[in-house]
Design a protein around this ligand. Sequence first.
Ligand code: SRM
Ligand code: SF4
Length: 555
Amino acid sequence: MSSKQNLSAVEHIKVQSKGLRGTLQESLTDEITGSVREADHALIKFHGMYEQDDRDLRAERADKKLDKLYSFMVRLRIPGGLISPQQWVSIHHIAGEYATGVIKITTRQTVQLHGILKGDIKPTLQSFSKVALDSIAACGDVNRNVACASHPHQSPIHAQIHAYADKISQLLLPKTRAFYEIWLDEEQLADYSEEDPLYQERYLPRKFKIGIAIPPNNEVDVLTNDLGLIAIIEDNEHKGFNIAVGGGLSATHGNASTYPRLASVIGFTDTEEKTLKAVYEVLTIQRDYGNRADRKLARLKYTLDKMGVDAFKNELENRCGFALEAPKEVLFTARQDEYGWVKDFRGLWHYTLFIENGRVTDEDTYPLKTALLEIAELGKCNFRFTSNQNLILSDITPDNKKTVQKLLSKYGITEKQDTFSALRRNSIACVALPTCPLALAEAQRYLPSLISKIEPLLEKYQLGNDDIIIRMTGCPNGCGRPYAAEIGLVGTSLGHYNLHIGGDREGTRLNVKYKEQLAEDQILEELDALFAFYQQEKSPNENFGDFCYHQVLVP
Ligand code: SRM
Ligand code: SF4
């Protein structure tokens, strides 16, 4: 446990924050700046927001001696990524009224809106609240949005497993009423005395992420989470969960003590009570043992490696008051979304759309946002976000399928969906520039055009239908999970990327850095050579990632 004297600055801010209130009220009413006070930068994250500025405009504004153009990104808390059509309609209108208009689906099944001015945060959150949406704990040193296998076709008992996302999210919500007071005008408590047995005064040392997978699909990349629950289903009965701890992807260029890590499976729980108890106590261990001095080394993966997996498991069993059973055998076979129309076990239909980098917007020849609004207004389908930044129009009765399809056709959505290559459909890019303050290079604004240049290379080797997973991020933090891709591109500086290869298709093996600091022509050259080698030497059914791992990295 960290001693008091070496606590990081954020630790002091949390303790002094009066239950995450800080001086947010004062910051909001300060009309001199579009920013919030220094300490409130950290606190506002716990309310689901980040202060940002448009980095494209920085130089021009600096030349004119203008302050940065501050705005806020709001991230919603949507456990398991499921919302109603009415909620989508509201998100659509709120995005247009208070934000940039773009609805950004994230890699953790939720939605972000960018470019919200300080004075518009309250109306934004109040509008969300009217349709039962909030951003509590979507960011900050707490449990974040709980991700869960999204497609109802994944199991006849999908709904039963999916319900855990909400249960866990509720269980791990901070107890403070600060969000309701500051943003929704709830009456303020006189003494801020809410007891929070889980988070106490200091909350967690760092962000905490939970994912729930339903094998054989691993769309949620369950092993990249601090805590992964892998549903064990036999004969359509839910038997319990394998519990995996210590996943996390971030690394810092040049800092060897930071590293991506896949979670270690430490046991199995058979009842809901035991599972929720184990989940809760994993957080208390991280709360009590996590590094509070160095935020770069504060995630659970470092706590786990420092304690050792066996010691961690013993501590967990002591805190739970029961022993974990031996983990069950699990096989993951895919991470891809099931695109297009799929009928589930109840006879309901689902249409999965590939949404490039999760950006829902209208383009001249592809009015996706308008089409989705009209579909939502019908009120005939739910909206489910996937961890691949995609969208499923779901739970559609056979009678309503035709109506939904008619609108998809009217706006050319199905037609366009059919044009995306296998590589593109398996791509993810993080936000990066212009809003992300940590970006070293482009990602979502660049990957689409890079893919257009990679596609002809794949065609050249008759690999156009190969479902190779490619992911790009603008820095090594790993928001697009590039270290768990078959081709990972990690930004190092503007126009340059490290190339990682050798991850597997199922998300059970991380890739390895193969080449550093490549510009576009070098990336294309390296991939061209790898594809040629792959085409010539691969065994039947060998995936690109496995081939690279066995033939290129470990010759
Ligand atoms: Fe992330 C920070 C965007 C998923 C690891 N992430 C950020 C910030 C908030 C930048 C910041 O701190 O100011 C980015 C906001 C950009 C913007 O302008 O919107 C950002 N992260 C995203 C999203 C939106 C990427 C996307 O394009 O979808 C994802 C939102 C998920 C969500 O809904 O909650 C997102 N971030 C991830 C993931 C992937 C995942 O969770 O499955 C990771 C790697 C997994 C992990 O956590 O280990 C990830 N984000 C980070 C980190 C590194 C954390 C660490 O352990 O050091 C940071 C930086 C930090 O926290 O200091 C970060
Ligand atoms: Fe920003 Fe880096 Fe995350 Fe991309 S990976 S969104 S550049 S923090």
